[in-house]
Design a protein. Sequence first.
Length: 120
Amino acid sequence: MDIEFVDSSEVPRQPDKVQILSVQANLLSDQRRIELTIEITPFMEQPDLEIQALAEDGRVAASTAIIGVPNQRVSLTLHLRGEIREGRYRVQCTLKYDELELRNSAEAFVIVMRSSTNAA
């Protein structure tokens, strides 16, 4: 007889089994900040996260890194740098275990629409 005490989806995993489950990106009303929520599978060893927001032309508009992600769910705000242009911005998140050369990526998109009332 098998008795399961813990939901198997909540069991901490080895680095080669850790993945990004979801990336949610919401552009805030000032059109200069992106609110991010990233969910990853439970882990035994803390991974690192690299995050970039890229404009349609490939320009890096924001970037950050978290060394040793403390929790399964990470929330943060990215501040877009430089000239903010209308268009679609791609937010790319890469989960890494550098010493093991393991990577997993996921992305989300936001659309900046500047109007005459909020142009800087």
